[in-house]
Design a protein around this ligand. Structure first.
Ligand SMILES: [Zn+2]
Ligand SMILES: [Zn+2]
Length: 256
C-alpha cells in the first residue's frame, strides 16, 4: 500500500484502544499520514496519535506532495470527507468505494484533539456523539436500575428481619368484635414497648392508631368507625426505648 500523500510505502502499526482492543493502522513513516479502515479513526485514542507522530521520520511540511491522492486499496482518487464530526480547518480524505479515511499527521492530531475535548466535556447533547449517546444512555439507565434493584432487595431484607424480630416479641394476640363497626385488639410483648397498629381494608388505604404511647408489656386498643361485615388487614408496630421500630407480619381481623 502506497501513501496517498507522498507515495512511500505504508507500514502496519498496531494501536490499542481505550477499552484495550487492538487493531492495525497503515502509517506512512515518511510524511506521517495514516490510513484508517472504516470506523478505525473513531477508535484510535489520542495518545496513540502521539505515538504515531513520534515514529514519523519527517514533519508533514517537508515531503514532496503528490498532486492526486489515491486510495491505497483501490487507487481511486480520494475526496474530502464532510461531516459534523470534522471541525472546520481539519481536512480528512476518504475513498467512496472502500470507505477508508486518510489523515495527514497534522489533521489527525487536530481531529482527535477535538474529539477528545468533546468527550471530556461529556456533553451528550452535542452534535458530535449522536451515536455514542445511544450507547451511553441505556448503559446509565441499566446501572441505575441495577442500583435501585439492590436497594430494594436490601430494604426488603431489612423489613423481613424487623418482622421476625417483632413476631418474636408478640404473644397472646386477641381480636374481638364488640359492635358491628368496632373491634378490640389486645396483645402482650416480652419487653416493655411502645406500640401502634396500622390497618385498612387494603394496603392502599392504611391508617395508624396508637396503642401504647409509653413503653408497656400489655397493649389494648378499641378501633371504631369500621365498615361492618368487612375484612381488614393490619400490622402491629413496635418501638423500643432507643427508637428502633419493627412491624409484625400482615394479619387480618374481621367485622363479620
Ligand atoms: Zn506519506
Ligand atoms: Zn478505497
Amino acid at each position: 500500500m502506497l501513501c496517498p500523500s507522498c507515495g512511500n510505502l505504508l507500514q502496519k502499526i498496531s494501536v490499542t484502544t481505550n477499552q484495550g482492543g487492538r487493531f492495525d493502522v497503515d502509517h506512512c513513516g515518511y510524511c506521517g499520514g495514516t490510513w484508517f479502515d472504516p470506523y478505525e479513526i473513531n477508535r484510535i485514542p489520542f495518545h496513540e496519535v502521539v505515538t504515531l507522530a513520534n515514529i514519523t521520520v519527517q514533519t508533514y511540511k517537508k515531503y514532496p506532495k503528490l498532486k492526486v491522492h489515491l486510495c491505497p486499496n483501490d487507487h481511486l482518487p480520494l475526496e474530502p470527507f464532510k461531516g459534523d464530526a470534522v471541525p472546520s480547518g481539519v481536512r480528512l480524505l476518504w475513498c467512496k468505494k472502500c470507505l477508508g479515511i486518510w489523515a495527514t499527521q497534522k489533521d489527525l492530531w487536530e481531529f482527535k484533539k477535538h474529539q477528545e475535548d468533546s468527550l471530556s466535556a461529556y456533553d451528550i447533547g452535542t452534535k458530535f456523539f449522536p451515536k455514542l449517546s445511544v450507547i451511553f444512555i441505556p448503559a446509565l439507565t441499566f446501572l441505575f436500575l441495577l442500583a435501585s434493584t439492590f436497594t430494594t432487595i436490601f430494604t426488603l431484607q431489612q423489613e423481613k428481619e424487623a418482622r421476625i424480630f417483632a413476631e418474636s416479641r408478640i404473644s397472646n394476640l386477641v381480636t374481638a368484635i364488640i359492635k358491628p363497626d368496632t373491634v378490640t385488639i389486645s396483645f402482650t410483648t416480652s419487653i416493655p414497648l411502645i406500640s401502634s397498629i396500622s390497618y385498612g381494608k387494603s394496603s392502599l388505604e392504611i391508617q395508624e392508631i396508637m396503642v401504647s404511647s409509653s413503653p408497656s408489656q400489655s397493649h389494648n386498643v378499641i378501633i371504631s368507625s369500621l365498615k361492618p361485615d368487612t375484612d381488614y388487614i393490619f400490622r402491629l408496630n413496635l418501638t423500643d426505648t432507643t427508637g428502633k421500630t419493627s412491624s409484625s407480619d400482615l394479619k387480618i381481623f374481621s367485622t363479620r
